[in-house]
Write a protein that binds this ligand. Structure first.
Ligand code: PMP
Length: 335
């Protein structure tokens, strides 16, 4: 696979990420497991794509004009992606986040030039919730748009138009299955729809962390959660607009311990430093691979998403004290 390594515009650095064959997961599944390296985006996560598509969509609809402001309620990767894209396009960024988030995230967003509005954490039904606060702020601010990543389908369009065709081309049109977890659902729905448009036989599996309601929804039709997870950026309790009509064929539920095991192995054995959602995705991809192999399919190929860099979690996943406080296993080399 060759790729364009020269770009005339920094925003063209978003997407066109490498796809890598993962050795340990492939051995465990008995087939090829491929990881899409979304940590290679400028903001080091898969959310740069959503940020770019959301901002371009707002421009195309005439809502976002030169000097305007992009407002979003998020504590994580979406905020980072929006801040970078907004800088490149000449917009201001306002991020509303709960004040219990890690200092690292606040520092990162401030470092990128975003204005941070901190609100006390509260339940979604409360009008003071950070998502509702961000919407109101956008309404009240002259020249501002609300990114609304959960229900703005420009998010999943990014994956229909970029991630899915890239995976299809990188695997030369031969792929049996795709899986990843859902936060907004933009990635799983968009890649699922995009791959099915090339080949409707590609099996699309949702990989759900504990504490989320989608595994149960796709298995039984009922939104019901079980357990908890410390994974950031994933775990959804409702059918967002981005998830509506997602072509989910099957589903897996993966624990933090299983995800952490793959985070540890990929780091120690393959030299990839990733966040926990990537580990959970890889565990799901191994399950999907095994399922396809057990059905007698030959030369099975499964792809998943390596969502973000582990460098974003030095004070959590890679911090023994934090892990012990959460009763999670500490990586042996840190113990
Ligand atoms: N992993 C991480 C680390 C994320 O920040 C996100 C974004 N919320 C996801 C996975 C899930 O992506 P999506 O919102 O497209 O479902």
């Amino acid at each position: 696979m060759t790729m364009a390594l020269v770009q005339n515009n920094t925003l063209d650095l978003i997407g066109n990420t490498p796809l890598v064959l993962l050795k340990g997961p492939s051995e465990a599944a008995g087939c090829e497991i491929w990881g899409k390296c979304e940590f290679a985006n400028p903001g080091a996560s898969v959310k740069d794509r959503a940020a770019l598509w959301i901002i371009r969509d707002a421009e195309a609809r005439g809502e976002l004009k030169p000097g305007g402001t992009v407002v979003e309620g998020t504590a994580g990767n979406t905020g980072i992606g929006i801040a970078l894209v907004a800088n490149a396009r000449g917009y201001k960024t306002v991020i509303v986040m709960p004040d219990n988030q890690s200092k690292e995230k606040m520092d990162t967003l401030r470092a990128l030039g975003a204005e941070l509005v901190l609100v006390p954490p509260t339940k979604f039904a409360d009008p003071a919730h950070f998502v509702h606060t961000s919407r109101r702020l956008a309404e009240e601010t002259e020249g501002a748009v609300w990114a609304n990543q959960f229900d703005n389908v420009a998010n999943r369009k990014a994956h229909i138009e970029s991630t899915a065709p890239e995976i299809w081309q990188q695997l030369e049109g031969r792929i049996d299955g795709f899986t990843c977890a859902a936060g907004t659902g933009g990635t799983i729905a968009g890649v699922g729809l995009g791959l099915k448009a090339f080949d409707e036989n590609v099996r699309i599996a949702l990989t759900d962390p504990h504490g989320a309601a989608l595994y149960s929804y796709y298995a039984t039709g009922e939104l019901k959660s079980e357990g908890t997870s410390v994974a950031e950026g994933i775990g959804q309790g409702r059918i967002t607009a981005n998830l509506e009509g997602a072509p989910i064929d099957t589903q897996f539920r993966i624990s933090d311990e299983e995800g952490l095991e793959w985070v540890a192995r990929l780091l120690r054995e393959e030299g990839l430093c990733l966040g926990l959602s990537s580990g959970i995705n890889v565990a799901g991809a191994v399950e999907l691979g095994k399922q396809l192999v057990a059905e007698g399919r030959q030369d099975v190929r499964v792809a998943t998403i390596l969502c973000d860099t582990g460098f974003r979690y030095l004070s959590t996943l890679y911090n023994p004290e934090w892990l012990r406080a959460k009763s999670l296993p500490v990586f042996p080399w840190l113990a």
